[in-house]
Design a protein around this ligand. Structure first.
Ligand SMILES: Cc1cc2nc3c(=O)[nH]c(=O)nc-3n(C[C@H](O)[C@H](O)[C@H](O)COP(=O)(O)OP(=O)(O)OC[C@H]3O[C@@H](n4cnc5c(N)ncnc54)[C@H](O)[C@@H]3O)c2cc1C
Length: 430
């Protein structure tokens, strides 16, 4: 009987376990999870609603929606296991999904439904789930793997299967195949604390630098600090050494220390990598993304001509959130109280420029504890994309965020976890 050990009971690990147990009904499949329950992070996804995939997972979108040292690897993986496969996988555990635009969620609107159905399937298939077990070391003697783990929770009666106890808190598990699905080090409160990287490195796997991604940005001398709490439609462009690296448009949230919101998350990996490489990192903020500079100029000219009795501040109140207005006017050298009709053409140009090309120097990103994912990870050229098997150690598989592939917001990261998990699970069971 084949023994398949999965380290990490997150999205990728659970998908791997279900697939392996379905493919080989005789196999002994077990999950080792250091938290008290499986899928802690899953419950927090999509603001508790779990944006589990995206309808646009195809060749052309992969280049724009996934990043990593070798994007062809992601392409090969997602061609094998794409959107339709994910929907089929979830239908097979009884989950009904619904799409909002291209974003796909459980129809119940609850991430907890997703986890519950996955856990029920693990149980139905007889997968042994050991929670409160932190894996410290995995050894390979050329014949089998020996996993050395520690109990992180008080011993429960079911944590007895196939383990011996050399010391009170140390557990040993043996396996013919190991799937590493420990996640990265984003949001470590949910269990992904970077220990998977150490396990992969212990087998000779090399890493690309790991930085926080899908994360908020801290602005140096933040000119909008006083508008903290405001949400504004804007275009954000990441500039690395003054060269545009990525841009996105949507609702930007101003915070006391910087900027947040989905468009900021989408460009954050470029900023994080720029800062990691000691480059100059800036964000160009366009607060009038729906207008060209000439159109914006015309807009303000019309306001100036039509609202002669109003002050500059009062006129701009028709365009921007009130809290933003002093922050926009100050750098343009205009006072809130001055009459807009008195402003000369250069001052209006100043406002247009200020609104469309606000350059925010970035001091840092928020840390891993606030990031949704990591950019970087285990190098994918050392993993077979058809099986997720390590090219260094036979019988070792890697899946999920541990690898050097990260997606943008929109269900792409969970899609990556399901795809790599299912592929690894299937290959490990053959
Ligand atoms: C707040 C938040 C919201 C998100 N929302 C979305 C979303 O809506 N859509 C989307 O696509 N993506 C979303 N993501 C990203 C997505 O959740 C992750 O990319 C995905 O969960 C990664 O899956 P994984 O299985 O590789 O890793 P994880 O889900 O991190 O699971 C790894 C598991 O391994 C365990 N583990 C780690 N080391 C060890 C060890 N040494 N021993 C034993 N166990 C170990 C951990 O405890 C953890 O349970 C979100 C992330 C966060 C933080």
């Amino acid at each position: 009987m084949r023994r398949i050990g999965i380290i990490g009971g997150g999205a990728a690990g659970i998908a791997a376990a279900i697939t392996a147990a379905r493919k080989d009904r005789q196999a002994h499949v077990f999950i080792l999870e250091q938290k008290e329950k499986t899928g802690r992070k899953l419950l927090a996804t999509g603001n508790g609603r779990c944006n589990l995939t995206n309808r646009q997972i195809d060749g052309s979108c992969i280049k724009n929606c996934y990043h990593g040292g070798n994007i062809r690897f992601a392409d090969e993986v997602l061609k094998q296991f794409g959107y339709e496969d994910t929907i089929r996988f979830f239908a097979s555990v009884g989950l009904v999904t619904k799409a909002r635009g291209d974003y796909v969620y459980p129809r119940s609107g609850q991430a907890s439904t997703v986890l519950e159905l996955l856990n029920l399937e693990l149980k139905r298939l007889g997968v042994k789930v050991f929670c409160g077990i932190r894996v410290r070391l995995v050894l390979w003697d050329g014949r089998e793997f020996c996993v050395r783990a520690e109990e992180t929770l008080p011993e429960k009666s079911d944590v007895k299967h196939r383990c011996t106890e050399p010391k009170e808190t140390v557990k040993i598990f043996e396996a013919d195949r190991i799937i590493l699905a420990c996640g990265g080090k984003a949001a470590p409160a949910f269990g992904s604390d970077g220990s998977g990287y150490e396990l992969a490195k212990s087998f000779g796997h090399r890493m690309t630098p790991v930085v926080p991604a899908l994360v908020q940005l801290k602005v140096k001398g933040h000119p909008f600090a006083r508008a903290s709490g405001v949400r504004a439609d804007a275009r954000v462009t990441a500039l690395i050494d003054r060269v545009p690296a990525a841009e996105d448009t949507g609702e930007v949230q101003i915070t006391a220390y910087g900027i947040s919101g989905i468009p900021v998350f989408q460009i954050s990996r470029h900023i994080a990598l720029g800062l990691y490489r000691k480059k100059r990192a800036e964000v160009l903020l366009d607060l009038l993304p729906e207008y060209t500079e000439a159109e914006a100029f015309g807009l303000f000219e019309r306001i100036a001509a039509g609202c002669a009795d109003l002050t500059v501040g009062e006129c701009l109140a028709g365009v921007f959130n009130q809290k933003l207005i002093p922050c926009i006017l100050k750098p343009a050298g205009l006072r809130m109280q001055s009459k807009l009709s008195e402003s000369d053409i250069r001052q209006i140009q100043g406002i247009v420029k200020q609104c469309k090309r606000i350059c925010l120097p970035i001091q840092d990103t928020n840390g891993f504890e606030n990031a949704q994912v990591c950019a970087g990870g285990v190098r994918t050229d050392e993993v077979n994309p058809r099986t997720m098997e390590s090219k260094r150690v036979k019988g070792l598989y890697l899946a999920g965020e541990l690898l050097d592939v990260d997606g943008i917001c929109g269900g792409y990261n969970l899609q990556w976890a399901w795809a790599t998990g299912c592929i690894a699970g299937e290959a490990a069971s053959l």
